[in-house]
Design a protein around this ligand. Sequence first.
Ligand SMILES: [Zn+2]
Length: 250
Amino acid sequence: MAATKEYSVEEKLKGLIQLQKIESKLDEIQVLKGELPMEVKDLEDEIAGLQARRTRTEEEVNGIQEFIESRKEAIKESQALVKKYEKQSENVKNNREYEAINKEIEMQTLEVKLAEKHIKDANDDLYEKSQQLERINKQIDAKEKNLEHKRSELDKIIADTDKEEKALEKEIIKARQSVDERLLSSYERIRKSYRNGLSVVAIQRESCGGCYNSIPPQRQSEIRQHKKIIVCENCGRILVDSDLHDSVSI
Ligand SMILES: [Zn+2]
């Protein structure tokens, strides 16, 4: 039987910490890649929605402008009629005819006033719509800038990560070799059971760095002695002291 190297508990712990750090780094890349494409897609959808709103608002503006033009035409027609009636009133034959013409003039004058009121209201609408358009355009600008930024970030990550991921995967294979099999399988079991993939954690503020359950002082000092592998009573994660944790770099 080939002699297998015997590792001290401290060496085992260091091996685990290293493996955990490398795998966490790989996890970070996945998270980064996982969220950016979604953020880019969300921004694209939001911009498309705003652009549709802008088109609708522009159409509304056109409609209002056409309405204003039609009212201006109506005013011109009424004014022309008033002029015509005024001329006619110079040659009336009797009182009845005079009154009838006057009534027409009065009606056309009212028409003009009504059209003027419509134009005023429409102009108010127009102002509101132009304010709306300004706001929409600002939102589109801001989101487009953000999108551009996210896209370049994503492109950069995609360009970078392939290389880094492959390098990390190699390191993981190497790091696994320095952890004994039994320990490795419990490490993996714990890692799989938590969404954040943390299996080895440092003590933080007298508590487990994974579940924040407090650790009694006696247990903390046992952990610091590196005599045996100690797991959190609450979450089962492997506990190490922060000095040991910090001493391992990847
Ligand atoms: Zn815990």
